[in-house]
Design a protein around this ligand. Structure first.
Ligand code: HEM
Length: 771
């Protein structure tokens, strides 16, 4: 079993946890194997074809291309290589699983395992480590009208010899079929049910495609039918290329299954030179899940909580009588025990798992450095798991404080506040954000931002530090972050579970202790820690005094001659949406419509001066800029609102940017309108959605020219439709999952094909109902 933690941890979960507790549900779309996104469609086939097309432009001589997710950039190349709904549908399904620990290319590779396995085929080993391309690759997918010579050259370029070419085509064409809408010369419109001709008559990963061919009973539209006269009978050309020798051997199910396991793995392992792949993912026998240390009870105690996932494939949970954590203190001594209780079970294609949860208070002085897991069986036998000898290591140098962290509304955006405890003598930490930034292809771009976390107070043996960052609404639920203090890191936190209020860290030891199982009372003086704490609690107003102070003791703060305006009140101006604190540059101004500098600068005076413009921004106290768009690049300031800290020259209680920092506003009237009047439909509102539980899901379209009209047309005959994330169109007859109505302003994305209309946002649907 692998040693924890490892780079494959996220992908291992996606691969292993199909159903049950903590299920990731990646296999849902291909369960059962015949499941499809519409009549005649087979999602498992679409996954496999997507993986093939992504790989098919590889050039192994030059070490370029391969499975690298370049296909996300190749969907609109004018009907060349990637014709059909299979590609955008599959990629949109994969996109929510994409993260910094799970590249889109690795997800596409994994989809091969998932699709084949869901259809009863072999378990294809999945290596990881693929790197996503940042642009389109060259064309070069085999097209049915190509000559045999071209096919052989194309497959040689991908690293497959002529025999392997025959085999891998037979492996691919066991599922799905040819769609009249994509290839009318092969399947004439109206000639097959749902306008799709299946390759064979079994919706299974089996050798029927080969055995039918060998016995002369093939119904494969790339072998028989109109494709022959249209010179597009490519399977015939390929299968017959060695006098049917290879395809004959493929008719045997066992041989077929083994050959396809090898060749489909070979296919997903074609990667550009320089990319090195890991060993295939193997399930952990014991995997720690969602471990968290949290300082509590006035600093005397650390809550240690999490779960242990036990593989129960060959040894069922019914045979396990207890699961215990045996941990060492921070000096490496001791063997304290914490009992875990069964929380839930999950299953994948090949393995079963049972989760055991625990939570205990431990002394913050003696703390923890590592643990082992002790499994006691009903028979009385015990199994000790020590993570291949190294123990499951824990660091208490920097700890994310979830209760003291939150996401709050900030005029259409979301203010993220992250609090951490750093063990003395450390006084600072960095908040390392991984932001999903939407772009005009299906997957967002991952961008990193570092925010310095400033010291606020001392609690027990820890300094409490806080950092803030202004997120786009679409990022409020899907932003990952780490907290780093020197070498120590508390990693892979997410904004997903954060509350909307930051709960102050309790000053005394009396509050909500969960289950304090151990911990003799700490020798640390609780009176001194609570007196420091009481003078600087985690409230918004005291937060502000730390925002711009370079040194962080309270005396330094109070000595500042001009306390900066309190950012606890977010800048606001009637009729405008506050955008945030944005970068500017004296050599390349962002807003170039008109500008002035006055000693009476306020939000109101600048708004009036910029009347008629989309944006106004105040900078350096006295400056006012107007513009209809960003003339030069600008982005939210790396450290968020804290960087805009100069008092306005006309109102010292408000902030007006800083040097090269704009306090930026957008005219509310200039955004996309929430309501579009479409004949036959009425606007119902802005509704929440979730990538893991889609609210409207009978039909889905990815449309880079989406407008409300286009989605209405695509959803003709359905009762409701919703647009999301600028370019997604969902049709349905009812809500498939729970949803709630939210403010129209939440659906603030302009439609990809009509900037004046609103098309949802991240996890937000602009919903219309048939009149
Ligand atoms: C000579 C090489 C190949 C040619 C010319 C070819 C051509 C085609 C064509 C024309 C279709 C119909 C697509 C549609 O109507 O949507 C198709 C479907 C498909 N191909 Fe291939 N293909 C080749 C090799 C492969 C390989 C190597 C694989 C995977 C290992 C593969 C997997 C699939 C799958 C799964 C489908 C069904 C898709 C669906 O039902 O939506 N193909 N292929």
């Amino acid at each position: 079993a692998p040693t924890w933690p490892s780079s494959v941890d996220e992908l291992e979960d996606i691969m292993m946890l199909n159903t049950g507790y903590r299920a990731r549900g990646f296999a849902n779309a291909v369960t059962p194997c015949s499941a499809g996104a519409g009549p005649g469609r087979v999602t498992a086939a679409e996954f496999i074809r997507t993986a093939f097309h992504d790989m098919a432009t590889a050039n192994v001589y030059q070490g370029t291309g391969g499975l690298d997710a370049s296909i996300v950039f190749e969907l609109n190349n004018g009907g060349g290589d990637n014709i059909g709904q299979a590609f955008p549908t599959s990629l949109a399904y994969f996109a929510p699983f994409f993260s910094r620990r799970s590249s889109m290319a690795d997800i596409i590779a994994m989809s091969m395992y998932t699709a084949v396995r869901a259809c009863g085929g072999p378990a294809i080993p999945v290596k990881t480590g693929r790197v996503d391309a940042t642009e389109a690759g060259p064309p070069g997918v085999p097209l049915p009208q190509n000559s045999l010579f071209t096919f052989q050259n194309q497959f040689a370029r991908m690293g497959f010899d002529s025999t392997q070419m025959i085999q891998v085509v037979a492996c691919g064409h066991t599922l799905g079929g040819v769609h009249a809408s994509n290839f009318p010369q092969i399947v004439p419109v109206g000639s097959a049910p749902n306008d799709v001709k299946q390759f064979d008559d079994t919706a299974k990963f089996d050798s029927k495609i080969a055995s039918d061919y060998v016995s002369g009973r093939s119904t494969d539209p790339l072998v028989v039918g109109p494709s022959q006269a249209a010179r597009r009978a490519s399977d015939l050309l390929v299968f017959n290329s060695d006098g049917n020798a290879t395809i004959t051997t493929m008719a045997d199910l066992t041989y077929y299954t083994n050959t396809c396991r090898t060749l489909l793995q070979k296919m997903i392992d074609v990667v550009p030179a320089g990319v090195s792949l890991t060993d295939p993912i193997a399930p952990y026998d014991i995997k720690p899940v969602a471990l968290q240390l949290t300082l509590q009870n006035g600093g005397s105690e650390i809550q240690f909580a999490g779960e242990i996932r036990v593989r129960t494939t060959s040894r069922p949970a019914s045979q396990i009588s207890s699961v215990q954590i045996v941990y060492k203190d921070r000096t490496g001594g001791g063997s304290n025990k914490i009992s875990a209780t069964q929380k839930g079970t999950a299953a994948g294609f090949d393995d079963n798992f049972t989760f055991y949860a625990f939570s205990a208070g431990i002394s913050s002085q003696s703390s923890i450095s590592s643990f082992n897991v002790l499994v006691t069986l009903a028979s009385g036998a015990t199994e000790s798991y020590d993570n291949n000898g190294s123990g499951y290591s824990m660091q208490d140098t920097v700890m994310f404080q979830a209760p003291q962290s939150c996401v709050t509304d900030s005029n259409g955006q979301k203010l993220l506040t992250v609090t951490a405890a750093v063990r003395l003598p450390a006084t600072s930490a960095d908040l390392l954000l991984t932001l999903k930034v939407p772009r005009d292809v299906i997957t967002p771009e991952l961008q990193t931002q570092t925010v310095a976390m400033t010291q606020k107070t001392i609690v027990g043996p820890y300094n409490i530090v806080t950092g803030t960052y202004l997120l786009e609404a679409s990022q409020a639920q899907n932003t990952e972050f780490d907290i780093a203090a020197g070498q120590a890191k508390d990693m892979f936190k997410s904004t997903a579970g954060l509350g909307t209020t930051c709960v102050p860290l309790s000053a005394t030891g009396s509050s909500s202790s969960s289950s304090s199982s151990s911990s003799s009372s700490s020798s640390f003086s609780s009176s001194s820690s609570s007196s420091i704490l009481s003078s600087r609690t985690l409230t918004g107003s005291s937060l502000s005094t730390f925002r711009s102070s370079t040194s962080s003791t309270s005396s330094t703060t109070s000595q500042q001659p001009n306390p900066p305006p309190s950012p606890s009140s977010t800048p606001s101006q009637p009729g405008y949406l506050y955008q945030g604190c944005y970068t500017d540059s004296t050599s390349a101004r962002v807003l170039t419509g008109r500008s002035q500098s006055t000693s009476t600068n306020t939000y109101a005076s600048c708004a009036a001066y910029c009347s008629g413009y989309t944006y106004f921004g105040v900078e350096y106290g006295s400056e006012c800029y107007c513009g209809n768009q960003f003339t030069n690049p600008s982005a939210p300031a790396p450290k968020g609102d804290t960087e805009c800290n100069r008092p306005c020259s006309g109102d010292a209680t408000k902030v007006c940017g800083a040097g090269n920092r704009l306090t930026l506003f957008k005219n509310q009237a200039s955004g996309p309108t929430s309501v579009s009047n479409i004949p036959g439909w009425s606007y119902t509102g802005c509704y929440t959605d979730s990538t893991s539980a889609r609210v409207i899901k009978d039909k889905y379209n990815y449309d880079n020219a989406l407008s409300i009209e286009r989605c209405a047309a695509a959803c003709k005959g359905y009762k409701i439709f919703g647009t999301e994330y600028a370019n997604q169109c969902y049709c349905g007859n009812s809500y498939a999952n729970p949803t709630s109505k939210v403010a129209d302003g939440d659906c603030g994305y302009a439609c990809a094909g009509n900037g004046a209309q609103a098309c949802g946002a991240g996890n937000r649907l602009s919903v219309y109902t048939a009149a």
